[in-house]
Design a protein around this ligand. Structure first.
Ligand SMILES: [Zn+2]
Length: 216
């Protein structure tokens, strides 16, 4: 039976990313980016054989209720952080339980080296509702600080990698083999092996070249 993963991306669109960090040429917010993250992570986890509940509705109370009712094996609340614009780095929050610490450290160890900021640590918390009210191991990664320009742009530009690394951490947690996305075929370069090769065609008569063509 497949392991069940509940995803709870930030529900507030009022958490603005740094105004100069652009997504598709415009400013963005935590809800939009964490929904992107949840969609990418869902694809990663489905490919690796997990069942996924991608909860992009309601608030954390609705989601904890549904995650518990569904019987999730792991609950991941997806977030980015905010402070005063000067702080950056990855901080994964976990509950002080064996399973939550384990998944927390796996995600922290994969994302922290990638994020530009260095103010990072695994944070044990008993106060966060999604960590304490969930019946299964739960984790709340703050992948980076969205009010820091460099880190906000990194978050936007690297969401595929963030989702892939998080999926690898989930695979490690359950002892499941990670299945990489199929490589995309290159869209540039020669259409056929003979492209870029030219031929010289010669018509001979009596050992003499009577006509010549150049074929590209
Ligand atoms: Zn958040």
């Amino acid at each position: 039976m497949a392991f069940k993963i509940a995803l709870s991306p930030e529900d507030r669109s009022t958490n603005a990313y740094h105004p100069q960090a652009l997504y598709q040429g415009r400013s963005t917010n935590e809800q939009e980016q964490m929904r992107r993250c949840a969609d990418l992570l869902e694809q990663e986890l489905l490919r690796c054989g997990f069942e996924v509940k991608n909860m992009q509705y309601g608030n954390m109370y609705d989601r904890v209720k549904d995650g518990n009712a569904w019987g999730a094996d792991l609950y991941i609340a997806l977030h980015t952080n905010g402070f005063d614009g000067t702080v950056a780095g990855t901080r994964v929050h976990c509950y002080p339980s064996e399973g939550s610490r384990k998944i927390g450290k796996l995600i922290q160890d994969r994302i922290a080296p990638l994020s530009p900021g260095t103010s990072e640590r695994l944070v044990e918390s008993t106060g966060l509702y999604e960590l304490k009210a969930t019946r299964m191991p739960a984790v709340l990664p703050e992948f980076g600080f969205h009010d820091n320009l460099a880190e906000a742009q990194w978050l936007i530009d690297n969401m595929e990698a963030i989702a892939a690394e998080t999926a690898k951490a989930v695979c490690d947690y359950f002892g499941v083999a990670y299945v990489a996305a199929p490589e995309e075929k290159p869209t540039t370069g020669p259409e056929s092996p003979l492209d870029g090769v030219s031929f010289r065609l010669q018509a001979l008569a009596g050992g003499k070249v009577i006509r010549e063509w150049e074929i590209n």
